[in-house]
Design a protein around this ligand. Structure first.
Ligand SMILES: NC(=O)c1ccc[n+]([C@@H]2O[C@H](COP(=O)([O-])OP(=O)(O)OC[C@H]3O[C@@H](n4cnc5c(N)ncnc54)[C@H](O)[C@@H]3O)[C@@H](O)[C@H]2O)c1
Length: 386
């Protein structure tokens, strides 16, 4: 029998499998529509089918530039309404999100805060609440609490998500994607990581483990000190840029690297972003700079800028999250996503069952859900003796 990668992923999402079996009996989402705006790839297929097993009607779209056609096809085969196709065009993508909101979902599963912020522009009756997956989304939604006034649980702000996905898995997938997309050496190369939060710590550690020399730039001096004491270089920003063979941004901020930095960049440097929005490296601004004479594109989602002074600057995935890009993108490890998506399924269940109310607007995952998910994972790894 020939099977697909989606089947391989589902088979190894052990927590979601167990939750699916339970949801088939308990049906927490019976009669409810869940609108989702999250990367459509093999692991989210496992999550969305778990929600469907809980009785939900699903109306789903992807995120900018990360939608995988096989995931879309599989979801449609399984009866999930998927709006849109893969796109890098932010306006087209926004129209897909409006399509999700037009279904007036009872619950929203958001990734980056787009659906909740668009909902505020065109509210409708009956939205119960939902979840937000990311740091970037939390940063957008926090100032909107007074207007949202709904239970919204932030998956990112679970300790499990922080260490299992952001730290360990993003580091590994960033390294895996770099090797797969560029086929270049890491040993002895100078890598500069912008941002030393949970993702940046993992990225820095993964490249150090691959025998690169790693420096960190962080706007927060306390975090910069932490990087230094963790054994990474922590030089001033301009030194860290000028010495780098590879620069990775993973901050959640905008315009971390811009055309103003062009004079500092070394010939042959590779620029890559692993933060949620493709705004950390201002790729349009870099490409349009007067110092750029021409550009070359490679099929591996690599763009080369040839500068008038002869330097060549390479950009991975045009500044979109490179750990979900390139040929045959795999993203974060299955088990890390299983943990995060088990939190998603349990949090949506808590919102649907009205176990949390509007006082829980843009707050971390409840501690009892963290504990139950951790226990579920460990019980499989360490079955009780006898
Ligand atoms: N690629 C993935 O698979 C993936 C997975 C999870 C999260 N993310 C995204 O990665 C980004 C970072 O997430 P996190 O959880 O590490 O965030 P975090 O808040 O823990 O850390 C961000 C760090 O960046 C620093 N920073 C902010 N602006 C900076 C700048 N201009 N220059 C240098 N440092 C700066 C902050 O001081 C902070 O230490 C977010 O956009 C998040 O959504 C990506």
């Amino acid at each position: 029998m020939i099977s697909t990668r989606i089947d391989w992923v589902r088979e190894h999402c052990r927590l979601l499998q167990a939750i699916s079996a339970e949801f088939t009996r308990t049906r927490p989402f019976d009669g409810l529509t869940i609108g989702t705006g999250i990367h459509l790839e093999a692991k989210t297929v496992a999550l969305l089918l778990t929600l469907r097993d809980g009785g939900a009607r699903l109306v789903s779209t992807g995120n900018l530039n990360t939608t995988q056609p096989d995931a879309v096809a599989r979801l449609r085969d399984e009866g999930v309404t998927v709006i849109g196709e893969p796109t890098k065009d932010a306006r087209v993508h926004a129209s897909y999100q409006d399509g999700v909101l037009a279904a007036e979902p009872d619950l929203i599963l958001d990734n980056g805060g787009d659906l909740f912020t668009r909902y505020l522009d065109r509210p409708y009756e009956g939205l119960v609440g939902g979840t937000e997956e990311t740091t970037s989304g939390r940063m957008r939604l926090e100032p909107l609490r007074d207007r949202l006034r709904l239970p919204i649980l932030v998956i990112n702000d679970s300790p499990i998500k922080q260490f299992a996905e952001n730290e360990h898995a993003v580091g590994q997938s960033a390294l895996e994607s770099y090797l797969r997309m560029t086929n270049r050496v890491t040993n002895g190369e100078q890598v500069t990581v912008f941002g030393y939060g949970s993702c940046g710590r993992g990225v820095a550690a993964a490249f150090r483990a691959a025998r690169a020399r790693v420096s960190v730039v962080d706007v927060d001096p306390v975090t910069r000190l932490r990087a230094h004491l963790d054994g990474f270089g922590a030089p001033p920003r301009n030194v860290a840029i000028a010495s780098a063979d590879l620069i990775i941004t993973v901050t959640g901020a905008r315009n971390v690297l811009t055309a103003a930095d062009l004079p500092l960049l070394r010939d042959g440097v590779i620029l890559a972003n692993s933060g949620h929005f493709p705004a950390e490296i201002d790729v349009p601004g870099l490409a349009a700079a007067a110092a750029v004479a021409s550009t070359t594109e490679y099929p591996e989602d690599l763009l080369t800028l040839e500068l008038t002074d002869g330097r060549r600057i390479h950009v991975l995935a045009r500044g979109h999250m490179f750990n979900l890009a390139g040929p045959r993108p795999l993203g974060n490890s299955i088990e890390s996503m299983d943990l995060g998506f088990a939190l998603q399924a349990r949090c949506l269940e808590a919102v649907a069952r009205r176990r949390v109310d509007a006082a829980s607007c843009v707050v971390p995952v409840p501690a009892d859900i963290d504990a139950a998910v951790a226990r579920g994972y460990l019980d499989r790894k360490y079955p009780a003796a006898g």
